[in-house]
Structure formats: C-alpha cells, structure tokens
Design a protein around this ligand. Structure first.
Ligand code: G3P
Length: 217
C-alpha cells in the first residue's frame, strides 16, 4: 500500500519525506488556503516546491467546475512537473475532463467520491486514482470503510487499473483497515501516520533495554 500525505504544509511534507515512507502528496483548495496560498502564481509555485521536496505523484486540484476551464487549468497544472496528477471533482464535466486527460496521457485523481457508482464512472473515464472520502462518510454515520470494500470488489471484478486512494483519513485505524481491505493508497495527515509508530509496550520495552544496556558499560 502506498502512503501519501494529505497536506500543503511544506514542513510536514519534508518530515514525511525524511521518514522514508512517502509515496506522494495530495492537496485540495482547503489545504492550500490553510497555508495562506492564494493567487494563480503562488499556487503554481507552491506545487512546484512540493514536487521538489517529495517523490511520487503530487495531486493538484483544479479550482474551476466547468469542462473548458478544468481542461485549461489542468493543463497548466500538469505542465508544472511530470509528477503532477490533476485532481478533478466528481461532477458531470469532471467525468468528461477525466476522459480528456486520460486520452492525453495526463494522470488524474477523481476527488469527492462518496459512492461506488461514482468510483465506477471515474474508472470508466480513465482516472488513475479515485479518492473516496472515508472520514466525511463516517461523520454522517455512514460506514466509509464499506465504500472502500465495494470499490475494491468492483475494480477487481473488471481489472480496472484505477487505484483506490483512500482519503479523508482521521486516524491510524482508518489506515490499518484500508490496508486490510486492499486500498492501493492511503492519503493521511502526518499525525495519523506518526500515530502508527506508537505502542506503550515498545516504549516500556525500549526503556528497559536502554537501562540494561547501561549495566553492560
Ligand atoms: O484531500 C481530500 C480529503 O483527504 C479531505 O479530508 O479531513 O477534509 O475530510 P477531510
């Protein structure tokens, strides 16, 4: 399973990259705004910087919602760096844009996926990734993990190459359950990745080893 980090924060991207486990980055307009990035030039520059820091696929989301505008914007984003993946919302014009970029060999990530039918449509249109939002489904008392399972079954039935990129991750348990089901990628805040490290028995075991090692000095 690939690990992406879901942030536009450069320090957190560096930290995950330095950990040696990072396979890519996802962003969205809300995450970019959180970092105070605004204006076309600043946005393009920020994506360029992210591409210089992190290896792997870097999702850059279009801000427009009509076909013509998404094509123009997506082409500009794709021109920044070969690792850019154009992130397109799951709307009717978005499906058409996915097909356009697929025909042009530009990688895409279809975002705001909340149903298996939406994932199927995005895969049919040639999306490289679909991003089902687990946490936001859990927030409204719908089992987000069940959606990952449904998409896994459908993509396996027809051997779609589209990768399931589990998004809206809120906890290390989301990551573990995605790995059990067979999501191809999990994109997560840094905190959830780092929480995978933690176990009290590791801490107490290490404290004991360090104490015993001192006796051997
Ligand atoms: O990048 C999309 C997704 O991961 C958003 O997560 O926490 O805003 O639901 P969240």
């Amino acid at each position: 399973m690939k690990f992406f980090i879901d942030t536009a924060n450069l320090e957190q991207i560096k930290e995950a990259q330095d950990l040696g486990i990072l396979d890519g980055v996802t962003t969205n307009p809300s995450l970019m705004a959180k970092e105070g990035i605004s204006g076309k030039e600043a946005i393009l520059n920020h994506y360029k910087t992210i591409c210089e820091i992190a290896d792997g696929d870097i999702s850059a989301e279009v801000l427009s919602t009509t076909y013509d505008e998404m094509i123009k914007e997506g082409e500009e984003l794709a021109a920044i760096h070969p690792n850019i993946v154009v992130k397109i919302p799951m709307i009717k014009d978005g499906v058409k844009a996915l097909k356009y970029f697929s025909n042009k060999g530009i990688k895409t990530n279809c975002t705001l996926i909340f149903s298996a039918g939406q994932a199927l449509l995005a895969a049919k249109a040639g999306a490289n990734y679909v991003s089902p939002f687990l946490g936001r489904l859990d927030d409204i008392s719908v089992d987000g993990m069940n959606l990952i399972e449904e998409i896994r079954i459908i993509f396996d039935n027809y051997m779609f190459d589209t990768e399931i990129l589990a998004a809206s991750i809120r906890s290390p348990m989301h990551i573990i359950n995605c790995a059990k089901i067979g999501a191809d990628v999990v994109t997560s805040p840094l905190a959830s990745i780092l929480n995978l490290l933690k176990h009290p028995l590791t801490d107490s075991g290490l404290a004991q080893f360090v104490a015993d090692a001192k006796k051997m000095d």
